[in-house]
Write a protein that binds this ligand. Structure first.
Ligand code: NDP
Ligand code: MG
Length: 382
């Protein structure tokens, strides 16, 4: 069997580590040819040695210097900074690039991977939120597949194998740790409380996004670009057990769903192996143990981030990039204890209201809107 050459951007993160575990199960199928991280060089070094990875990129300049020292005398090429990240994404020998960095840092490397003709396994939803039209347009022109890793989109991708006659897409979400709470109860929420997700183990930023429901909002925009349906045809359904990951309603009334335990290694393996499906050692779903499956509508009044994301998506142009950047600033500040949980939607809404939207933006305009929004949102914190 021909081994596929894989690059993992963000290999030290929650998705990155699980991806390396999946790749480790299949040495005859996959060869890791590049890894990238921001500054966790201790783990990166271990990963490079374990998998014999020939090229590694570190974005943070100080960490990159130290990493290069550590690799001296070994057959490892060390790349640095954002340029290094992009160079790795376009590595000539790479066939699949798994984009698992967090935040808008994923955008330029994703475009680089597409330009290089690689299959993109995309975990980084912020890339499609900020620049969905640009990224999917580039992929289409280059004839490159973008395969979702986000569990809801992986589910929908799996249910969409029959193309015509689609009526609606339905994204499920657990509702996060504060499901059922009202604004008064959310006033004094601490980062520690918000980081306790009921069903998924994930990185800090996405876990806070899950608590505000911004994660579902970003996912609605992500779905719009991945599957090409307009916003009114994309629904969010709260499903606290996280067993049903996504559904597709067809025009004839049939609804297809994908089910499984909440475990990101399933969608990661699906994206890396697509269009094949292969067995693994994970525990099969036993619905008799899953007890009840329940569903409810999201509370858009209390969890305003979801409503703001749908609004930004519907407005289009540079607005989703502004929403996303303001959210990143607000979430970082919340995690540092510098702002409250309820100020997250306020900061985003105020930043959006001050933005002069640009229609059909190019990369420069998107990056500019992103930088502008960070600055404006940052000023609101001081
Ligand atoms: P983590 O915070 O756990 O990991 C982020 C990874 O990206 C780390 O390896 C980090 O390096 C690296 N990184 C961050 N910034 C940069 C940068 N500027 N240059 C290079 N590397 C960088 O995040 P997650 O794994 O949770 O999430 C990754 C992406 O996947 C996000 O976009 C998220 O929305 C999406 N996603 C995650 C899911 C999950 O279950 N975790 C589910 C669905 C989607 P370092 O360790 O050095 O900081
Ligand atoms: Mg998801």
């Amino acid at each position: 069997m021909d081994r596929k050459n894989v690059v993992v951007l963000g290999s030290t993160g929650s998705i990155g580590r699980q991806a390396l575990e999946v790749i480790g199960w299949w040495p005859e199928r996959f060869r890791l040819v590049g890894l990238a991280t921001n500054n966790n060089i201790d783990l990166l070094f271990k990963q490079v040695l374990k998998f014999g990875v020939p090229v590694a990129a570190v974005t943070d300049p100080a960490a990159a210097g130290e990493f290069e020292q550590r690799c001296r005398g070994r057959r490892v090429t060390c790349l640095q900074g954002n340029d290094g990240l992009s160079e790795l994404a376009g590595l000539p020998e790479a066939e699949i690039v798994l984009v698992a960095v967090s935040g808008t840092a994923g955008l330029v490397p994703t475009l680089e991977a597409i330009a290089g003709g690689k299959t993109v396994a995309l975990a980084n939803k912020e890339t499609l939120v900020a620049a969905g039209s640009l990224v999917m347009g580039a992929a289409q022109r280059r004839g490159v597949q973008v395969i979702p890793v986000d569990s809801e989109h992986s589910a929908i991708h799996q249910c969409l194998q029959q193309k015509g006659g689609v009526a609606r897409l339905i994204i499920t979400g657990s509702g996060g740790p504060f499901r059922g709470w009202k604004s008064e109860q959310l006033q004094n929420v601490t980062p520690d409380l918000a980081l306790r997700h009921p069903t998924w183990q994930m990185g800090a930023k996405i876990t806070i996004d899950s608590a505000t429901l911004m994660n579902k909002g970003l996912e609605v925009i992500e779905a719009r670009w991945l599957f090409g349906l307009d916003y009114p045809k994309i629904d969010v359904l709260i499903h606290p057990q996280s067993i049903v990951h996504g559904l597709v309603a067809y025009q004839d009334g049939a609804v297809l769903a994908q089910l499984g335990w909440p475990d990101m290694r399933v969608p990661i393996q699906y994206a890396l192996c697509y269009p094949e499906r292969i067995a693994n050692c994970l525990e099969p779903l036993d619905l008799s143990r899953a007890a009840q499956l329940t569903f409810e509508a999201p509370d858009l009044k209390t969890f305003r981030c979801l409503a703001l994301a749908i609004e930004a998506g519907t407005m289009g142009g540079t607005m989703p990039a502004v929403l996303n950047a303001a959210n990143e600033v607000a979430v970082t500040a919340f995690l540092r204890g510098e702002t409250s949980f309820l100020s997250i939607p306020e900061i985003i809404e105020k930043t959006m209201s001050r933005h002069d939207l640009i229609d059909s933006p190019g990369l420069e305009e998107i990056l500019e809107a992103d930088g502008w929004a960070r600055q404006i949102a940052g000023q609101m914190l001081t």
